[in-house]
Design a protein. Structure first.
Length: 327
């Protein structure tokens, strides 16, 4: 008796009713390897395994994208995890279409190309543009823009900065320079911990964790500006220094959930009170892709700020490798 054919309906039942955790191979008979499953939070996960490093497709905030090298055979896993269950029906349809198209291809490379083309076709349907960003996302984006264009841009130039800004497109860290990577987190003055969104976010020893203390208020105060005002200021900077980067800025903002000309963010006033820098070393307190058990993915955890003091570095040390490269 042959096994029951794979279907998106059966997959949804296995995760939502059967509690499936981990990844299973979808169809071992086709050249392009596909996997499906669920994570510990009951979220649908779908991915591709390839011998070459796959491109990171642009997705909306409804889907988390991760790309990791598998140590046992040096292949790559490109994994999509549905973060917003509101879009489960659309996500299931997308994954079903990927399977239907990929199974027709005669080799892995052609299958991978067809899969990424399907994702691009559906990308607009996965955009969550129903409502304004939450206050936490507003704070986070403001901190990211302030770090990028107030701290990094003047040091390395706008073009290098824009090339390194890969967080909006699913990279594990917000900014990926050849010499150093930066992960930016906003924090409130009274915060005792910050959220780390995956086991890959602090994997490596060339990462600087940047904590930005952000003040916010519904009432204007000295030194504060709205997110919309910050975006306009950044655009003005780019128009003067690197007009060709404006399109890249708009695309990055759209991926983060902000329409470039959106004027709906004028009612929250923000100010970056301080920037703190921490070198992620071997002993840094963290969960990494190297320390999680096989089959465990999409790990989210809180990192206590009191434990970070031994790893704090000054501003000069945080940027010294970028300046050396520029010289």
């Amino acid at each position: 008796m042959s096994a029951e054919p794979w279907s998106t309906d059966r997959w949804a039942l296995e995760v939502n009713v059967g509690g499936l955790v981990g990844l299973r191979e979808l169809d071992p008979e086709i050249p392009t390897r596909l996997v499906y499953g669920g994570d510990l939070r009951g979220r649908l996960s779908f991915g591709l395994i390839a011998r070459r490093i796959p491109d990171l497709p642009a997705m909306s905030s409804a889907v988390e994208v991760s790309r990791v090298r598998r140590e046992h055979d040096q292949s790559w896993l490109l994994l999509f995890t549905l973060a917003d269950q509101t879009f489960s029906h659309v996500f299931l349809q997308l994954c079903g279409q990927i399977y239907a198209r990929v199974r027709q291809e005669l080799n892995e490379e052609a299958g991978l190309t067809r899969a990424l083309a399907s994702i691009e076709e559906w990308r607009s349907l996965l955009k969550d543009d129903r409502q304004k960003l939450s206050i936490e996302k507003i704070r986070g984006l403001y901190a990211e823009l302030a770090f990028a264009f107030d701290q990094v841009g003047p040091r390395v130039g706008v073009q290098s900065l824009m090339d390194a800004w890969q967080g909006p497109y699913g990279a594990d860290q917000d900014f990926e320079f050849p010499q150093r990577r930066y992960e930016v987190k906003s924090r409130r003055t009274t915060a005792r911990a910050i959220d780390i969104s995956s086991e890959y976010q602090l994997t490596g020893t060339d990462i600087v964790l940047v904590l930005v203390e952000v003040l916010d208020s519904s009432v204007p105060f000295d030194g504060a500006m709205s997110l919309s005002s910050k975006v306009r200021a950044v655009r003005s900077t780019l128009e003067t220094a690197e007009p060709g980067s404006l399109e890249g800025l708009d695309q990055a903002l759209e991926e983060l959930g902000l329409e470039p000309n959106d004027s709906n963010y004028e009612d929250v006033y923000l100010h970056c009170r301080s920037f703190s820098f921490f070198a992620v070393s071997e002993s840094f307190p963290r969960i990494t892709s190297d320390t999680t058990p096989p089959g465990v993915t999409s790990v989210r955890y809180k990192l206590g700020l009191d434990e970070l003091a031994p790893y704090q570095i000054d501003e000069e040390a945080a940027f010294i490798s970028l300046l050396k490269s520029k010289d």
